[in-house]
Design a binder for this molecule. Sequence first.
Ligand code: NAD
Ligand code: DAU
Length: 352
Amino acid sequence: MDSKNILITGGAGFIGSHVVRLFVNTYPEYRIFNLDALTYAGNLENLKDIQEKPNYTFVHGDITDIDFIKNLFCEHRFDGVIHLAAESHVDRSITDPLAFAKTNILGTMSLLNAFKELWQDNWEGKRFYHVSTDEVYGTLGETGLFTEETSYDPNSPYSASKASSDHFVRAYAETYGMPIVISNCSNNYGPNHFPEKLIPLFINNIINEKPLPVYGDGNYTRDWLYVIDHARAIDLVFHKGENRETYNIGGFNEWKNIDLVKLLCKLMDAKLGREEGASEKLITYVKDRPGHDLRYAIDASKINRELGWKPSVTFEEGLAKTIDWYFDNKEWLHNVTTGTYQEYYDKQYQNA
Ligand code: NAD
Ligand code: DAU
């Protein structure tokens, strides 16, 4: 494989940090640049183990800063971009939708534009990979799966901003011939997941014997995938995916929230040496999320058939590894749940 300069955006976040680690360790011939603004969700502690590697460089910067991005692309002449930086939490998008439009739409356009200006006379060997979400497809009823042909129908400001960014990526391919690829993935879980999302929030609350705020009746369904399996899929799509194609990535692993929460309670009771049923008593039904999508489920047969990808761990294994990681990394958990986290928590869960 040739030497290449690869830009990974959002590499200090949850999924991005696993992608950066995989690329830095697997491709010593690449120079990996991790560009991250270090918002509340970005944390360089996630990358402590690889920060000294000779093929790794961290760049502190904001993808919405158009001049800064243009200069960065001119300086390093990135052959490939893997774009993960985003505002990613649905609940925050409900309270601050404009922040999501800025980062997810304008930020993506700023990267697309810098890449276009750099390479538009010769796209040979270049690739812009946009990492997106299954939420762009809206919601499913009790049956059916999202395929790559499902129409976009986003319901939250978060998913609308991601859908918009996907459209701009496609438009740059159609209009300027940019070699792009997009993937749309289901809910990830695993190490380094910020404890505002369901699984790490509930792990943290169970440890601290705090209420577990289940939205609505808890009968919402998500399709869960271990984050390292998503990173493996991103590696395959980046290297082997076809230009202008979309790949859906998912765990073939649907869970109703309430069933997942009960399983988590059981595993956590065992881990903490608490009496069985102790954590379930913490379950508290709270006001529903506005515009709450009923069900997501991915048909991942295309990436399986064309690129040979499938999840490598079962949900039981992945969840056990995740719980172990939070127990082994109490300092990480402590560091991210102090400071402004408490303000967010109090505002979001004031009635819990
Ligand atoms: P995250 O919130 O954990 O991390 C986002 C990262 O982006 C953080 O490090 C943050 O500092 C950085 N960032 C935010 N704004 C920035 C800006 N303006 N400039 C530079 N960096 C900025 O998110 P995540 O869960 O790791 O998701 C990563 C990507 O994957 C997102 O694009 C998201 O839409 C997508 N995705 C996430 C999931 C999931 O379940 N978490 C599933 C499918 C797709
Ligand atoms: O599907 C992919 C998406 O998955 C990603 O694009 C998003 O970035 C990621 O945040 C995730 O979105 P969700 O909204 O599905 O994830 P979250 O963990 O916030 O919620 C999962 C389910 O749990 C959802 O039905 C809402 C519910 N929930 C969540 C929280 C935080 C609760 O019942 N209580 C809670 O406190």
